[in-house]
Design a protein around this ligand. Structure first.
Ligand code: UDP
Ligand code: MG
Length: 319
């Protein structure tokens, strides 16, 4: 077994996960050692403010299978996963949350599918989600349905980043140039052979969600903007419709001067309606344009997706 090129890389993004890390490490190690795979556990500390990094340091000092990338600040879940994929060295990689909502015990079945079906991606599909608020379930459900109906590539429903990817997908991922990554979408977009595996999503082992509404919205925004140009088309359609409505109103008002002079004074209502309506349509359209423009701005700045402050148990030094 060559620890430099293990068979399996497990990628674990961590943000303020001090309560779960010891247990996560224990469960992961117990699954991967039971099956005798050569492996590395790659933890990404996404700028945690709690004891996450010091716990990871301790674990890594005692176990050479554990590698740690530590960001200079909180860059977000997707950059953390992205860093993991970029720095992993396995033949296959499995991306998993730190909070044990995704069961590591599913690994053997995922690897079986990878081998038997010669799949390049095995994505875990949630059959059931335990212990999540009705709000979270509802937002997640609607988001994936909206994004799927808008997206130019089919994105599997009820699927997170919990998945196995093989070396071809890892290689292609490393070639991707875009900075704001919606990883599940990008992997789906890549094609190759992708097979689902069903599982029950558990409750968080401990701690609370690290995805407040603001992060969920940012995530949804990247998913929508980067996988669909339809919002632009919607803006165009709305603009077109409002022009028709406006023309209709104009005809009505002008004919009113000749045929319904008594309505001339009360006619302020039509003006107010038109102003408000067009104001709304214009703001909406400018907003959609602005979102895309902003994304282009983000991309052309060519800032790195994340900054690694510290690497533990890697051969090379951070550059
Ligand atoms: N996470 C991260 N950076 C962030 C937010 C979350 O690396 O800014 C990690 C977090 O530690 C966890 C995973 O992303 O491993 C999923 O987060 P969480 O479980 O809080 O999300 P939820 O399951 O509630 O959607
Ligand atoms: Mg979770």
């Amino acid at each position: 077994m060559d620890p430099k090129e293990p068979f399996l890389s497990v990628i674990v993004p961590c943000y303020n996960e001090e309560e779960v890390l010891a247990e996560t490490y224990r469960r992961l190690t117990s699954v991967v050692t039971r099956h005798g795979w050569s492996y590395e556990l790659l933890f990404i500390n996404d700028g945690s403010k709690d004891r996450t990094l010091s716990i990871l340091r301790e674990i890594a000092a005692a176990d050479a299978h554990v590698r740690v990338l530590s960001f200079s600040r909180n860059f977000g879940h997707q950059p953390a996963v992205s860093a993991g994929i970029r720095h992993c060295s396995g033949e296959v990689a499995i991306i998993i949350d730190a909070d044990l909502q995704d069961p590591p015990e599913l690994f053997p079945d995922m690897i079986d599918l990878y081998r038997k079906e010669q799949a390049n991606v095995v994505y875990a599909k949630r059959r059931e989600r335990k212990g999540e608020s009705a709000f979270k379930l509802w937002t997640a459900r609607s988001f994936y349905r909206v994004i799927n109906s808008l997206s130019e590539v089919p994105l599997p429903l009820d699927t997170g980043d919990f998945r196995l990817i093989d070396k071809h997908v890892i290689r292609e991922f490393k070639n991707l140039q875009e900075r704001n990554k919606y990883i599940r979408g990008l992997i789906s977009w890549m094609g190759f052979k992708q097979v689902p595996i069903e599982y029950v999503r558990e409750e968080r082992f401990a701690g609370s969600t690290k995805y407040p509404l603001s992060k969920m919205l940012r995530f949804a925004r990247t998913g929508l903007l980067y996988f669909s140009k339809k919002p632009l088309q919607v803006a165009l359609t709305l603009g077109f419709l409002s022009i028709l409505v406006g023309l209709g109103l104009a005809v009505w008002v002008v004919t009113g001067i000749f045929f319904r002079p008594e309505t001339l004074v009360p006619g302020w209502a039509s003006i107010v309606i038109a102003v408000v309506f067009f104001g709304g349509v214009q703001l909406l359209t400018i907003g959609v344009l602005g979102e895309y423009l902003g994304s282009i701005f983000d991309e052309i700045k060519k800032r790195p997706e994340f900054i690694v402050a510290e690497q533990i148990n890697f051969d090379e030094n951070p550059s």
